[in-house]
Design a protein around this ligand. Structure first.
Ligand code: SAH
Ligand code: MG
Length: 224
């Protein structure tokens, strides 16, 4: 199987299960027009995030890494009317595009976007007494994933669903000798997650128009 096959099947699945959506489609267009990198989850992965949030019955969600708010919209739409999503973004331009996309989706009242490096805004959230969250989606800079896992656990309780994107990276993740800080960050994250006694976790490989990657998911089994 080739990348072309994965992309074709991805389009087939999207065509069936993810009908055109004005707010989501406009978000992608606005990101491209503003020159943001196409690092958002695919439509299929967005729908998967949405379904996982609904399965979890999430009322409060934390997202680390907003970009243009594409995954944010998918996750926020899984919340009940009184639900809340906090999303963390370091880049002011990304945050500006995201705010407009979130507003266009009618979700400004649900989504709280915090601008700043996540390792600065996460302690602020803790100081404000935010959390524990029902679902935490980690998708920002990969070298910091080990730190984000520690924060995710701090902001969790028994039953919290922790998701982390991009944990396979075209298979690069199995290279134990890699000096790439991205690969090293993901490898460390996966090892910490696997060894963490307070969660039960797995990593899942994915293929599609975004190539070959994967995500990790963990359910918190004890009150951290
Ligand atoms: N979750 C998004 C994609 C996020 S891409 C989606 O699927 O639609 C990763 C984002 O993390 C980028 O916007 C990048 O600017 C942001 N980022 C990188 N380093 C960061 C940091 N230290 N703190 C917060 N955000 C960061
Ligand atoms: Mg990602």
């Amino acid at each position: 199987m080739t990348y072309e096959d994965w992309s074709s099947v991805d389009r087939y699945i999207t065509g069936l299960f993810v009908p055109p959506d004005p707010a989501l489609d406009a978000a992608i267009e606005a990101m491209a027009a503003a020159g943001l990198p196409p690092h958002n989850v695919s439509p299929n992965e967005g729908k998967l995030l949405h379904l996982l949030a609904r399965l979890r019955g999430a009322r409060s969600i934390l997202e680390i890494g907003t970009l243009g708010g594409y995954s944010t919209i998918w996750l926020a739409r899984a919340l009940p009317p009184d639900g809340r999503l906090i999303t963390l973004e370091a880049d002011p331009k990304h945050a500006e595009v995201a705010r407009a996309n979130i507003a266009r989706a009618g979700l400004s009242g649900v989504v709280d976007l915090r601008l700043g490096p996540a390792l600065a805004t996460l302690p602020q959230l803790a100081a404000e007494g935010r959390g524990p969250f029902d679902l935490i989606f980690i998708d920002a800079d990969k070298p910091s994933y080990p730190d984000y896992l520690a924060w995710a656990l701090k902001l969790s309780r028994r039953g919290t669903l922790i998701l982390a994107d991009n944990v396979v990276m075209e298979g690069a993740v199995i290279d134990a000798a890699s000096s790439d800080p991205i690969v090293r960050g993901i490898r460390r994250f996966n090892a910490l997650l696997a060894a963490e006694p307070r969660v039960s976790a797995i990593a899942v490989q994915t293929v599609g128009r975004k190539g070959y990657d994967g995500f990790a998911m963990a359910i918190v089994t004890a009150d951290p």
